[in-house]
Design a protein around this ligand. Structure first.
Ligand code: MG
Length: 395
């Protein structure tokens, strides 16, 4: 006999004692902000799980595999891309969420979506596009991530975008200028009123920094732009380096590097869990709204580890992100973005039909926004191919 979905859900609940306990200060889907367009609940999934699945199925998510983190995609197959970076962020954030009884599905959804709005060529690409958009409202990658999930993904018959839950959108919009915040209604309010987002959003923000700080050390060494000697002078790296060298004196450099990095991640993540537990215990918020009303974030590192982590971040800024080789690649890619922008503005028919039509329907600022959306969605290699097509006809 075939039974209803409700019967099977109830049966599974009987068989499985509840092991996942969500803290009162976590995001709860029943009392959350819901979806902009109400939808009937999913049969077997929670609402944040459903958000995660929508993000994973999105076109923008698949493009992350060919977008730069620090190294342009064609520079080597082993470097991080935006996709592997997002997966590493999700992994770190889920570990912490589980330990603190936060909403793991929400944390995963925010992590996987947090970089969806990134342009090709990483921060250099974003700076270039922001410059192109200077007279048309600018370009912010966090806001663009929200635009992708709210408007640009066209997959559902009933609504534009992915129609995600309020808390997922809150987490995606990590930063926002006051001018743009004013146009975002409820979601923008916290930037104007200086309120906090939920703990899941705070967590992904830090997991993002932990992920890139560590994987950029690995990528920088692999590229030969950083050396072990240089890194040993960084307290966080140096401490674990000495420990691993002492335990395994004959270990080759590559394995030693991995061993040091995994210990650094463990060190920082454990500190994050312990310090955040103490912060939550001290303030004991009873709900996500009480979290939002706190004077500052509750998810964070201890002063000591925050200092070590910030020093490493500064070191990477000075020695990797501003390395001559990275900068010269950035200069080339910034020129490319500028050329693409000018060409599409001058001749919208160079874009696919849908973008061309959108561009024709608005004023200049509206047209520029459509061009920015088109360029922001490109992968590194597509942007390079488009640049070649537009500047070297017949190439
Ligand atoms: Mg990121």
């Amino acid at each position: 006999m075939r039974r209803s979905a409700r019967f099977y859900r109830a049966r599974i609940r009987e068989l499985m004692p509840a092991v996942e306990v969500l803290a009162p200060y976590a995001a709860h889907e029943d009392s959350g902000g819901g979806r902009r367009i109400p939808e009937p609940p999913a049969t077997y999934r929670g609402e944040y799980q459903r958000d995660r699945d929508r993000i994973t199925h999105s076109t923008a998510f698949r493009r992350l595999v060919y977008k730069t983190q620090v190294f342009v995609n064609h520079e080597g197959d082993l470097y991080r891309t935006r996709l592997t970076h997002s997966l590493e962020v999700a992994q770190i954030a889920r570990t912490v969420a589980r330990a603190l009884h936060l909403n793991e599905a929400l944390v995963e959804a925010i992590s996987l979506a947090h970089d969806l709005g990134h342009t090709p060529f990483g921060h250099a690409g974003q700076d270039a596009l922001n410059e192109c958009m200077r007279d048309h409202g600018g370009f912010e990658h966090n806001l663009q991530s929200l635009r992708v999930v709210d408007e640009l993904e066209a997959k559902y018959a009933d609504f534009p975008g992915l129609n995600l839950m309020y808390e997922t959108r809150e987490g995606i919009l990590k930063h926002c200028s006051a001018r743009n915040a004013r146009e975002l209604g409820d979601l923008g309010k916290r930037f104007l009123e200086r309120r906090q987002p939920g703990l899941e959003a705070q967590l992904v923000n830090i997991a993002d920094a932990i992920a890139y700080n560590n994987h950029d050390v690995d990528d920088g060494l692999r590229a030969g732009l950083l050396s072990l000697d240089q890194l040993r002078e960084q307290a966080l790296f140096g401490e674990h380096y000495d420990e691993v060298r002492h335990l395994y004196p004959d270990l080759e450099d590559r394995r030693l590097t991995y061993e040091v990095i995994r210990r650094m991640i463990g060190h920082v993540v454990n500190d994050l869990i312990e310090h955040t537990s103490a912060m939550i215990a001290a303030r004991s918020p009873k709900s996500i709204d009480e979290v939002r009303a706190q004077p500052g974030p509750l998810v964070g590192l201890s002063d000591e580890v925050f200092g070590l982590h910030s020093n490493l971040k500064r070191f990477l800024h000075e020695n990797l992100y501003r390395h001559e080789q990275v900068r010269s690649m950035n200069d080339q890619t910034q020129i490319m973005i500028g050329v693409l922008f000018d060409r599409y503005m001058a001749d919208a028919s160079q874009m696919p039909r849908w973008f061309e039509e959108q561009a024709a329907s608005g004023n200049t600022a509206g047209k520029a926004r459509v061009v920015a959306d088109y360029i922001a969605g490109m992968t590194d290699r597509f942007a390079i191919a488009e640049h070649t097509r537009l500047t070297e006809p017949g190439a």
